[in-house]
Design a protein around this ligand. Sequence first.
Ligand SMILES: [Zn+2]
Length: 671
Amino acid sequence: MKQNRIYYGGDYNPDQWPEEILDQDIPLFQKAGVNLVTLPVFSWAKLQPSEDEYCFEWLDRMIDRLWEAGISICLSTPTAAQPAWMSRKYPEMLPVDISGLRRTHGKRVNFCPNSKIYRHFSTRIAEEMGKRYGKHPAVALWHVANEYGTYCYCPQCEKEFRQWLKQRYKTIEELNARWNLAFWGHTVYDWDEIVIPSERNDDYRFYQPVYLDYRRFMTDSNLNCFRAEYDILKRYSPEIPITTNISGFIQQLDQMKFCKYVDIAGWDNYPWPTDPPARVAMKHDLMRGLKHGKPYLMIEQAPSQQNWQPYNVQKRPGELRRISYQAMAHGADSVMYFQMRQSIAGVEKFHSALISHAGHENTRVFREMAQIGRELSAIGGQTVGAVTKSQAAFLFDWDNWWAVEGSNGPSKDLRYLEQVEKYYTGFYKRHIPIDFVSVEDDLSGYKVLAAPLLYMVKPGFADKVRNFVREGGTFLTTFFSGITDENDRVTLGGYPGELSDILGIWVEETDALRPEQSNCMKGLGTPFQGSFSCGLLCDVVHLTAPDTKALCIYGEDYYKGSPCVTCRPYGDGYAYYVATDPEPRFIDELVGLLISECGLAPALDAPDGIETSVRENENGRFLYILSFQKEDTIIDLSQTGKHFRNIVTGQKAENKLLIKPFDCYILKEEI
Ligand SMILES: [Zn+2]
């Protein structure tokens, strides 16, 4: 089923209200331009009051009434929150936390992903829903459960983990070798001797190879829950796309693996008020990367306040529109909210909604949402399916994230995401579009590949990088890279392991600086001049290839004078290494250098604080311009040599474009 408009709407929980609430809500949805609502995400208890009793009639009426009003349905299975009777009768389905405590009923996403009882009931209700609604014309999308991500440490999970390991490693000898269990005499002789991570062992991260595999296993366990429902729904409606919503940017599940199995990626965008725009943009780009550049859905965002933040800062006038346009600028084909009507009690009663506790449309938030609805309606389906064409890619790898932050040493302050964001920001500020790729993705077609803090190098990836650079690509990586294999075993023969020959360096050792300490980097003329501060980690680097050049050296400490930024020509390309954590000013200069050397150019040159991007499809090229500036800004469109038309207002946009704070434009290139 082809999407023909930008989905606008979101989570609706009418089962929290008397049914007559639809008489009030439907006209308000229409006023706001809502064209899709998601339901019944948390209604399992109402749909299945007891083990052998289903109650769908109320949902039939709601779906029919919404559909008659011109509103489509993103139909969710309710399997994120099982009914109380189910938890009571089958307590083994409740998850056990890492301290060994079994949870009681309540909350949501509160099930063991390996529970056979959960799997039985969740697939049964998916079957009932597939059968009942699989051909209903209102259903535009299937949505499975909600925000997967529970880790469980129960005896059933332990049993399944051993099976999972058997499949992965085949023999106990291989497991011992891959986990290096000879360390501290951990060798096992029988699969049943394997124990899962536990806080009862004081520090559950004490043995990283085990925890790393447990994280992979938990991704697979949650994925199996999703896939079990997916397969059923697909049988009933093969033409309807199936998605699930990723809870923000979570570390728990390997989303690159998870999203191989969804038809369209979807996520919940809840930025903190203090998040810089580049951080939000980066997360959107990563979501687009989950399906190799295909558009995705923004399934949730808050209309204004987010109740779970310590200070429920309101979105300022215009801010909601801007974050909505920002999502679309990076590849979202929906603007959806949590939620449509504000709850009267419970943990989310102060989470903002389209229809607030006031119950009418005369609110600032409603007016702003209705304006967005009108604009999306004017845009129609023009931009749907449009893609971003990028020549620069960032590698992102969940296993690497887990391994870096699970490592005991060299610094407790190491954060993978933080390092990726620093370099991403350099490109963002220069309006260069970025794709996120996994180690499995094809790199041809990119001119630049950045892989900050690539601690874990998986089998075959170094060869991929070698070919990429040999064929003319520019590769950038940073300190503490090339250290381990996919089991967190150190690659012997000197750091950065398999990347050493490409970079033409040997890292003899790595110094960890305390937060109050710093060093400095001194440029050696061209391309870097002057001095830049650095900290966190300082690799002590030796040049090992005659053509490796030091571009900067350390200015202090016993390794003063040794290289801290290097570049090696390799084949037709270049490989850069940044051996420490520089101040942003340096990263900005380095990114500037890479951009000019690789001939990357932004679609539009604009000042910092103005975000620009381009999406294109069979309808044309669309230029998105958003202001994060505090003052009015003039953008000179004539630099592009093209003519544009505003796709919301239909007006021409040429030469000087005045953009006010918070304002956003989508301009279509005229042919
Ligand atoms: Zn479990």
